[in-house]
Design a protein around this ligand. Sequence first.
Ligand SMILES: [Zn+2]
Length: 79
Amino acid sequence: MMTDEQYMKMALQEAQNAFDEGEIPVGAIIVCQGRVLSKAHNLTERLHDFTAHAEMLAFTPHRSIWGTSTSISVRFMLP
Ligand SMILES: [Zn+2]
């Protein structure tokens, strides 16, 4: 299993990806029982959607999974 620091580095890499694409540099990952379920970064510029935040995009494809789990960690990288 990865350490918290390693998970945070993954989120930071997502933020870097956003920055490299001219987005606001925010990244998020969703981890459940040691498994990374989802990674995402801000896409507000590309999608012209002010709700396209990293954390929202990370949640969206996994609603059915995290809705039933009791041990989900969400890690946010804020600029
Ligand atoms: Zn947000």
